[in-house]
Design a protein around this ligand. Sequence first.
Ligand code: PEP
Length: 244
Amino acid sequence: MMKLLIAGNWKMNLSVTDTEAMLSELKNKTRSDDVDSLIIPPFTSLDAARKLLDGTGIALGAQNLSHEDDGAFTGEISADMLLDLGVSHVLVGHSERREYQKETDALLNLKVKKAVAKGLIPILCVGEKKADRDSGEHESVVGNQLKKGLEGVHTTDIIVAYEPTWAIGTGDVCKPDDAQAMAAFIKGELKDLLGTDAVRVLYGGSVKPSNVKELMAQPSIDGALVGGASLKADDFAALINLGE
Ligand code: PEP
């Protein structure tokens, strides 16, 4: 069994001042060493977060990267810029970016490859919509996202986050059995695609201190990607302590 990873995706929340307050508080909370942790703030807070996380063992992630190296791409952020700020992980294909920024599997594949080539660990987010689950298409939708997103990728230095879109920010958490079944399915697909399933698979979607323990007890789930419940130091510390 792999060491669990609890990753907090702040989305478009917390100013630099809020970041400093949150992380100063988090630093003073007791956290389990048995669990790896990762904070994924907005770009504007990366520098402040890096300074506060230094020496804490909590890693720093970004919410997106460009598939290009540099040049005339207004508003984009490159892998080198992230590395320069001490970032080790980067989200690729969060469902909100797939939906609102219309990011396609082909573009996400370029982003995964760019992250890997630069030594960043991409967290490829996959997950079905409610209609896909209701029609029993969830495995084929997620299988397809994996196949396209990981085409030509040959490394185990990646993470996959299974996030059914109907569970994100809704309070409608996936049943632990269903999350386990999908994580096991994803590991099977990874074995076919990468030749190994020694890749962390996270679950994301309405994880909170009250449900984290049961979800993290599932044998194929290696951690959680958490949005709303990662914004407050008390909640995030409780998640790392698996709700204790
Ligand atoms: C997310 O944004 O990846 C997420 C899982 O959000 P929430 O925990 O708020 O459902």
